[in-house]
Design a protein around this ligand. Structure first.
Ligand SMILES: *[C@@H]1O[C@H](CO)[C@@H](O)[C@H](O)[C@H]1NC(C)=O
Ligand SMILES: *[C@@H]1O[C@H](CO)[C@@H](O)[C@H](O)[C@H]1NC(C)=O
Ligand SMILES: *[C@@H]1O[C@H](CO)[C@@H](O)[C@H](O)[C@H]1NC(C)=O
Ligand SMILES: *[C@@H]1O[C@H](CO)[C@@H](O)[C@H](O)[C@H]1NC(C)=O
Ligand SMILES: *[C@@H]1O[C@H](CO)[C@@H](O)[C@H](O)[C@H]1NC(C)=O
Ligand SMILES: *[C@@H]1O[C@H](CO)[C@@H](O)[C@H](O)[C@H]1NC(C)=O
Ligand SMILES: *[C@@H]1O[C@H](CO)[C@@H](O)[C@H](O)[C@H]1NC(C)=O
Length: 512
């Protein structure tokens, strides 16, 4: 369990970036102690305090190191009191990681002398149960173990008593809380606009996405009510729901592009993942089988048992770490994370010839909002919706937007926007770290309750407005439009860089 010791440096990181509620509380407590210290009059008392706090410090450190207690302080910003997620693990669960603030090389604060004039959030729904096909598969894997295990190895005995109770597709309570927190955070981040403006909100039509949007508005509304002490702000806010039914034009949910959905391209992600499964799982499968004699698990079962770690963790309202998590080592979680990253990149990103095309409709809508001009798109937008100011307002007083979607769709949108264009085609047989992927991974881009912010700002001394993009609190460098050292491009440079989307991507190949 040596990963537990790595918690201490990451505390520093969280304080530095100041994104973590619980860690901030610790920071504030330390500040209070410091003030007490300064007020203390007697020298002797000071010496005593030094001795006691030194001893306490050592004890606390040992306690930390031994029990990993620091992890409960390291909440992933999901549940206010006591999310016990362990960042060394939970940041390596691919798209099943609960949202966390990704380290940003560029400062996340609004640059000096600049003022935010526009903020669009594009959010994934919060943590959910497994999809229905996966939940059947996991249940079968557990049933197979129960039926055939002749004995259970030392760390495996909990499986004997484990009853599979995960549902299917629904947002969990933990996931609802993530969205409430996200709404609050957005309010505070964009308060200068949010005090006066209620965001224009759209949601893709699946129940968990709509519910996520609702929970997000709860958090936004609560934060505003606290801030402005009451005031009727029209809550519950209007949400435009876009159907996910077959044939629906929906920029927040793919489905129209036939070659992408059913053709050769629909298999590329699975194929890339299979190559990597063959590399990293056999040694794990062998260990599992040694500890569960009689069962004969496959490499695919190994993935299922790994999946049960995040899913059981987010099924707990406090995100208490599931015992399935400790069946695997830290390097094994890194391999798992990479497995999920390959699935996204080759399924919906530039690794797939038609992946980025799925994000073109949303990109053209974003251009319309940023430039206050009508939507110009011939891919997945719905012209009925987008030509009406009731369902697609642009310009005027509308400067806050919130859209709710899925991980796969966000991956395609990020690709169409060129956000990870510095990433080279990912290797299927060798794990690449975050430096090698230039900051791209499933857990950094589309975890549960992922959120991208697209901002516009005016700055003193600058003729033109700037655009900045922040994905899970990491300011992206925006190399593709010549981003400056604060991550900004001028609006015109940003729009110019989006020629792929403006030209409709490869939509013409969808029906070839
Ligand atoms: C798991 O499978 C068993 C037997 O097939 C079934 O009775 C049970 O309802 C399933 N549980 C869940 C949560 O799907
Ligand atoms: C999240 O939203 C749903 C649907 O509006 C609601 O039933 C649920 O109570 C909300 N969750 C919380 C924690 O408030
Ligand atoms: C476009 O949106 C309108 C209004 O919601 C809806 O009635 C129509 O079915 C949608 N068309 C498509 C192709 O999605
Ligand atoms: C990874 O696998 C996919 C699917 O087989 C393939 O399209 C892609 O070219 C492979 N990537 C590399 C870098 O070989
Ligand atoms: C385990 O299953 C594989 C096929 O998945 C089979 O080839 C192998 O013989 C089985 N081993 C045992 C010990 O049953
Ligand atoms: C829906 O999308 C298709 C494919 O791009 C397009 O032909 C059709 O006109 C769109 N329908 C609406 C209502 O926008
Ligand atoms: C990202 O790369 C693709 C493929 O090379 C290119 O077509 C697209 O224009 C790039 N996007 C941006 C915003 O630079």
């Amino acid at each position: 369990m040596d990963y537990k010791y790595e918690a201490i440096p990451s505390i520093k990181h969280v304080e530095k970036y100041g994104e973590n509620r619980s860690a901030l509380d610790v920071h504030e407590t330390l500040g209070t102690l410091d003030r007490h210290w300064k007020n203390s009059r007697s020298q002797n008392r000071r010496r005593l305090v030094v001795m006691i706090s030194g001893a306490l410090g050592i004890l606390l450190f040992l306690y930390w190191a031994i029990t990993g207690w620091s992890h409960s302080i390291q909440s992933c910003d999901s549940v206010r009191d006591g999310f016990q997620c362990q960042p060394e693990l939970s940041h390596y669960w691919g798209q099943y990681s609960p949202y966390f603030a990704v380290e940003s090389e560029i400062a996340t604060e609004v640059p000096d002398q600049c003022q935010i004039t526009f903020a669009q959030i594009l959010s994934r729904h919060g943590a959910r149960d497994p999809t229905s096909s996966k939940t059947t598969k996991y249940n079968d894997t557990i049933a197979n173990i129960h039926a055939n295990a002749k004995s259970y190895g030392k760390d495996y005995t909990f499986i004997r008593d484990y009853i599979y109770t995960l549902g299917a597709d629904h947002l969990t309570v933990f996931g609802q809380q993530q969205m409430i927190n996200s709404g609050e955070k957005y309010y505070h981040k964009y308060k200068s606009l949010a005090q006066r403006t209620t965001p224009f909100i759209r949601s893709s039509g699946q129940e968990r996405v709509i519910e996520s949007a609702q929970n997000w508005t709860q958090g936004f509304h609560d934060a505003r009510t606290d801030d402005l002490s009451g005031s009727n702000d029209g809550y519950p806010y209007k949400i435009v729901v876009i159907s996910e039914d077959v044939g629906s034009n929906n920029t927040l949910d793919h489905g129209l592009c036939t070659s992408f959905e059913d053709g050769f391209d629909s298999k590329i992600g699975d194929s890339a993942q299979q190559t990597w499964i063959d590399m990293f799982t056999p040694s794990i499968t062998a260990r599992l089988n040694k500890n569960l004699p009689g069962v004969n698990l496959t490499n695919t079962d190994t993935i299922s048992l790994m999946d049960l770690c995040p899913f059981n963790t987010v099924a707990n309202p406090l995100g208490r770490l599931s015992p399935f998590c400790s069946l695997f080592t830290l390097p094994e979680w890194h391999s798992y994370d990479y497995y999920q990253t390959l699935g996204k990149y080759y399924g919906y990103g530039w690794g797939n010839p038609l992946g980025p095309t799925q994000g073109v409709g949303f990109t053209n809508e974003l251009i319309a909002r940023l430039t206050a001009t009508p939507v110009d798109d011939h891919t997945s937008t719905n012209s009925t919706l987008d030509s009406s100011p009731k369902t697609f307002p642009v310009g005027g007083t509308t400067n806050l937007y919130a859209d709710f979607s899925h991980d796969n769709d966000m991956t395609g949108i990020f690709a169409a926007l060129g956000l990870y264009n510095a990433t080279r085609p990912l290797l299927n047989t060798t794990l690449e770290d975050m430096e090698e992927t230039k900051g791209y991974s499933a857990s950094w881009s589309v975890p549960f309750a992922a959120r991208a912010y697209f901002e516009k700002m005016t700055c003193v001394g600058a003729q033109e407005e700037f655009v900045r993009v922040i994905v899970n609190d990491r300011v992206l460098p925006l190399e593709s439009c010549g981003g400056d050292d604060l991550g900004r491009c001028t609006l015109s440079a940003f729009v110019d860089s989006l020629s792929f989307a403006r030209q409709g991507g490869k939509w013409d190949q969808c029906f070839a």
